[in-house]
Structures are given as C-alpha cells and as structure tokens.
Design a protein around this ligand. Structure first.
Ligand code: SF4
Length: 87
C-alpha cells in the first residue's frame, strides 16, 4: 500500500487527513488534475497521496468531489468529515 491508500495520511503543513479507498478507485485521474501536488497514480493505476507539500485544502476537497466513485475521503484533524458530505 502506498501513502494514503486504505488508511489516512497527513501532512504537517495542511490541516486535513486524506484516505483513498483502493477498491473504489477506477483510475479516472480527475483527482490528479484538481490537486496535482497531492495525488498521483501508482503502477496499477490506483491513486495514492504524495509526500511533500500538498495543494491547498480547497483544491484537495475539490479533487475529492471530482472523483466519480467517491474514493477519496477528506477529514479535518479532529476527524470531522469534509468529503463526502454526510446526510
Ligand atoms: S478521481 Fe477517484 S477514481 Fe479517479 S484516480 Fe482519483 S481516486 Fe481514483
């Protein structure tokens, strides 16, 4: 498993946690377009989270929103879910 795949990962400069649910990722790559400093695809075409500086929180949430299968979960550091929206 790479960074952020099936478990949350954090970044000291960005106040959110990110997790990608591998089984839901269909390699659509829209997350990479919205937040290219945060997401990339592994050799199997499954998204993972990059190390180093991430995009800003708005871009990360927009990337998660853009995912057609809701494979990206974004929480704040208190564990409040920012995406997907809870009903
Ligand atoms: S947008 Fe969703 S399905 Fe597409 S690569 Fe990113 S996580 Fe995977």
């Amino acid at each position: 498993m790479l960074n952020g795949q099936n478990s949350f990962t954090t970044n000291p400069k960005t106040p959110v946690k990110i997790k990608i649910i591998n089984d839901l990722c269909i390699s659509a790559a829209t997350c990479l377009i919205k937040a290219p400093e945060t997401f990339d695809l592994d050799s199997d075409g499954i998204a993972y989270v990059l190390t180093g500086d991430w995009d800003d929180v708005k871009s990360i949430v927009e990337a998660a929103m853009s995912c057609p299968t809701t494979a990206i979960i974004v929480e704040d550091l208190k564990g409040n879910v920012l995406w997907p929206l809870q009903s």
